[in-house]
Design a protein around this ligand. Sequence first.
Ligand SMILES: Cc1cc2nc3c(=O)[nH]c(=O)nc-3n(C[C@H](O)[C@H](O)[C@H](O)COP(=O)(O)O)c2cc1C
Length: 137
Amino acid sequence: MKQLIYGSQPFGFDRAMLAGILVGARRNNARDDITGALICRHDLYLQLIAGPDTAIDALYTRILRDDRHSDVRLLLSDTVEQRIFPEWRMLDDEMPSMSWSPAEVTAGAVEAASAAALREIFERVAATARERAAKVD
Ligand SMILES: Cc1cc2nc3c(=O)[nH]c(=O)nc-3n(C[C@H](O)[C@H](O)[C@H](O)COP(=O)(O)O)c2cc1C
């Protein structure tokens, strides 16, 4: 299974646009056996997607062409045995899960982050989401 992390620059970030992206993403990802998470901030999207190689390649090709963001940069592409988000078609996180300031992002902090640091951000998002779900049940 393929796991991919990329970063991009939202184009006119707002809630309605994000909601539209997520509705379509969850529908398609259920069809394509893809799971993952999208971390959003006014100045940055950071997304992890995981699933069958061909489905991930096809999704990333669509994402590259999407005009709702720009400056899409591949940060990590790997073969993995396990999903970080097995129970989420596309978890969204608007919390400041990324510790970089906007100035650091502009200066290239995202590109400079190690694979381990990037994965840790998403592991933390998954752990927090699981805690929340456990409290509600
Ligand atoms: C930040 C961002 C994240 C996206 N994530 C997904 C995703 O996880 N799955 C997906 O199918 N499309 C995602 N999209 C949308 C795709 O770029 C593309 O518009 C969509 O897959 C086309 O699907 P459609 O043929 O059903 O319209 C994302 C777009 C953006 C801007």
